[in-house]
Design a protein around this ligand. Sequence first.
Ligand SMILES: *Cc1c(COP(=O)(O)O)cnc(C)c1O
Length: 399
Amino acid sequence: MPGFEIFGAEERKQVNEVLETGVLMRYGFDGMRNTHWKAKEFETAFAKRMGAEYCQLVSSGTAALTVALASAGIGAGDEVIMPTFTFVASFESILALGAIPILVDIDDTLTLDPKAVEIAITPKTKCVMPVHMCGSMADLRALKTICDKHGLILLEDACQAIGGTYEGKPLGSYGDLGCFSFDYVKTITCGEGGGIITNTEKYALHADHYQDHGHDHVGKDRGAETHPFLGYNFRISELNAAVGLAQLEKLEGILKTQKENYTILREALQSLEGVTFRRVPEGGEENYSFLNFFLPTKELTQKVHKALSEAGIDACFYWYTNNWHYINGWEHLHNLKSLGNLSSEVKNQMQDLNATDFSKSDAWMSRTISSLIKIGWTEKQVKDRARLMSEIIKKVLNK
Ligand SMILES: *Cc1c(COP(=O)(O)O)cnc(C)c1O
């Protein structure tokens, strides 16, 4: 997945153009910037690539989620439905606005189970936030049907699935809003950065103002601009945007290489008795940034994971016991440990996570291993990896 594997002359050229003018900010300084508007250029190119009307760049993927929620009018006491398998950014962004994360089970897609979503809806629910983890997507058609029926916002977290598609549309462009991360380990990176896409003009305008202290961006004098509503600072710097612009040019090549490497690995593993794969919803195509597979039991999965790592096979993840990606590792959220006092809405409405049954999620996650797909592997390296992984899995399963 990581675009950092192919950082090179193109990124340096873009950054140098910014450094030569010294205008590191995305707004203003028109005379000094020698016509360079890297953030604006990236936004135009990204919206086009993602088939969306609008794009707003921000300082991180977490900022993208926060700004997207804020732009859709979500605030204190509003409930946002999110999956048990994701990154901590999901609940961080919700809590940052005083809204309430409502965690529900995943299914064999490793993303939100639409049935669990429907059960979790209350009069306070405002938004459903599927997270397209590890390169593949939620059942977006089912989720959209639910959202339409209940008048909810569908916000896709596509941070780990850039370039994947669903019913022919780029992931992130199917819902009301889509969010991306360009942090250092994502498919394309700008060091730190994030993006929001939408076709709704109102959300785009809200995002534009909110991420820059409420600035309305009218006219040529920043100091004279008005602030129609309260905002914050989630701006991206011109330097980061410059890197992203060069990386975006490389996206198609990255996706092509990922698919080739993924296919070699998958073909080797699919002949093994006992190995099955994560379900990709009908109409979807992964971005091939990970190969995600299931083994028959939790015990066998843990044994295989240990054996793979002892054999020196890197980048195979067992999320079930990971501190950052699965609910079991989030004791700070379970116990609402925060530095300061949380709002009464959060304290009153938050589920008791210690007493909620997530055994359906456990049943999938405890049997899941994800192999990262690198783009720098040679064909021989992928084939060696495929052979070694197959041998190890076979040996553990046949014991
Ligand atoms: C990386 C990631 C984020 C947050 O992105 P940052 O840029 O690191 O803040 C959010 N959601 C998912 C699924 C991610 O993988």
